[in-house]
Design a protein around this ligand. Sequence first.
Ligand code: SAH
Ligand code: SF4
Ligand code: F3S
Length: 450
Amino acid sequence: MVKGGSGMGRSVRPQSYFLRSFGCQMNEHDTERIAGLLEEMGIGPAASPESADLLVYNTCSIREKADSRLAGHLSYAARLKRDRPSMLVVVAGCLAQSRRDEFFADFPCVDVLVGPQSLHELPGLLEQRLADGAGVGAYAEETTRWSADLPRVRVDGPCAWVQIVAGCTNFCTYCIVPHVRGPEASRPATDIMAEVEGLAAEGVREITLLGQNVNAYGKEPGFQGGETFAGLLRSACAVDGIERVRFMTSHPKDVSEELIQVLAERNQVCEHVHLPAQSGNDRILAAMNRTYDRAGYVGLVRRLRSAVPDLVLTTDLIVGFPGETEEEFQDTLSLVEECRFDSAFTFIYSPRRGTAAAALPGRLPEGAGEERMARLVDVVQRLGMEHNQAMVGQTVEVLVERASRHAAGEVMGRTRGHKPVNFPSAAAPGDLVQVRLLEATSTSFRGQEA
Ligand code: SAH
Ligand code: SF4
Ligand code: F3S
């Protein structure tokens, strides 16, 4: 535990919390655990930040925009706190870990900081803050206790996250994650399976096994269990009540033949792989430390597609890595055409403090990143539209997730390929429904029950 802060005075014990989550699925998962810890302390949810005694931000630091977004939220929190000085502000997650005690100086309204490997310390930190009135923080360097073992308040619905690997040891040169989440650590398979069984008993129908690089499951030195990632997927399929199994994210370097086999089997493992390519150019891939080249990536996609003919393939792409030339960027465009991704998350490179790429020369001039991004998005959307148009007229299995936010009497569900479908139906969340696809956009469908 680290002490810091300017000391904002003693506070009254909070009765209610308002929690905001930023960033990736791992943060969404951790946010459910933060809510679980707070509720175990007798603190209940508030309807709005204005009515809460405790504001919690579970933060992301992946790009600069994430940092500046949080700064906006914190200045609002500071204003609320001026009117109600007993209010407490907690900053959890990756940005808390990367900035540490600097935070107290930059944002004096913050009372408690807690890094992503220290979430279990949150109740103790809050008690300490209440007892002595000074800002307090905890930042572990590696995973010693799994956030997945903490109490949980799960967002209602038939789908749930299950954490299997924490941290990342790949050190892609642009990425802050290994610096804030610590080295890869695999969770014991018995704990994972106990969680999956518990979720199935609660009515969960779909699980997503989570990690920065799920394919690295069990590969770190010193791991006690003998299970492989593919083995874990097979075990999850055997759990009664689990209709669908997904996983997120896969690093191309660790996709095994055994995993391709499991995807090809007719079982609950959905035919969707999110396989971040980042770039289509070999020099950039090497500078990113991705450890594969374009030919290796394309070869892997070919093996996946021939084993799993109806595979939905999605990816992440970065434009404007330091020194990226127009020709090198065009290699990314041509990779997208060659791999025919169903969809892609596209990002403009954002320098992150402490990462190797932040020290590289060749920053793109103002506006160049945006211009490349716009051209990339055009190609990605055109391909998405082509893929989805080709599915119109087909009848597919949809897992209903919730009532539609757009139209009364409609529901939203997803295909096995994770594409959203809206359709009129009286089906309940968790139902598997056969749906005829009537209309497509580049990212979603409208349909009717078959
Ligand atoms: N662990 C996952 C991805 C985590 S971050 C994986 O490796 O696949 C999600 C995505 O954010 C990355 O795939 C990358 O495309 C993007 N990203 C990470 N750091 C970035 C940075 N500094 N600038 C721009 N995009 C970044
Ligand atoms: Fe970041 Fe690379 Fe690890 Fe993904 S694999 S979290 S991009 S360092
Ligand atoms: Fe962001 Fe941390 Fe996830 S930096 S993307 S919340 S691992």
